[in-house]
Design a protein around this ligand. Sequence first.
Ligand code: SF4
Ligand code: SF4
Length: 337
Amino acid sequence: MRTSDILRAWTRILDGHRPSLSLEITRECPLRCPGCYAYEDQHLGGGKTLRDLNDRKGRDLIHGVLEVADRFRPLHLSLVGGDPLVRYRELEILVPLLLERGIHVQIVTSAFRPLPAAWAALEHLNIVVSIDGLQPEHDLRRKPATYDRILKNIAGQSITVHCTVTGQMMKRPGYLGEFLEFWSPRPEVQKVWFSVFTPQIGDDLPEIPDASERARLIEDLLVLRRRYRKLDMPEPLIRQLSAPPHSPEECIFALTTQSISADLETRITPCQFGGNPDCRSCGCIASMGLAAVGGHKLAGVIPVAALFKASRKIGDWRAGRNRIEDPKPAPVLRVLQ
Ligand code: SF4
Ligand code: SF4
């Protein structure tokens, strides 16, 4: 992250907004991945689940997303699901309209269907394809979005590969190197990111790497980033995996990102995982990246983390608490005309 990005985000926080927005644009997904947090009972805090929400389609979805974007005016908007490609027709219209507003757009998908051809030429659009390990493990977990299907569906595109590392993967030495060996040479792949599986408090799952596996993961990534230039994880970010935030209040990502579910109203707290996430075991690349940025000192003096936290309080005060939690809709929606 450049200093200019930090300053833009800081300005947005001081203005009473969060610089980053994450929207679950659909409750639907053709996959049934084990451990998917979006469909957990507690994802939306208990009571309703993602499948219970009234999501939107067609013009209603396009107008709804633009209305939310115009209200929150994020610098960065992540479109997730479900799988957002379920609504690919709407996205083909929406994405250029969001980019026109100066918003960096990220779409997180399993690439179960072809990506629209026009997306290959769009600047400031990042398509993140979730790939859960090497082919045998991935195909088992993510059928029908198998390796073969992904390779066909990303042809001619520019994508970021995102792999969530599990305890099972770390039990096999050299796993991450093999993964990079497969994906890194592909012309469609611009970057590779790794996160670590993030549990909910109290979970006891084989997906959670133990302490020694997590330490080896960090060592492996520090070596691999020098061997594979597409592994887009700076050293401070990788080292941050050994010291995740202790709580959502300590997490710059949670403090600077508003997450909203598929009815475009329900807030997901404290972060995109929802429920009661175990921050001390967090391995989310976005959280680690911002935690690493938080350690930087602006002008060599002020830690970015302290600046963001203090600014959030000032921004809340200036905007009034209600504006942060429930901003008033903008009166004019350009797309509706
Ligand atoms: S593709 Fe994503 S949203 Fe769909 S089940 Fe898998 S993890 Fe969940
Ligand atoms: S992103 Fe990670 S550290 Fe931040 S609130 Fe969520 S679980 Fe906690």
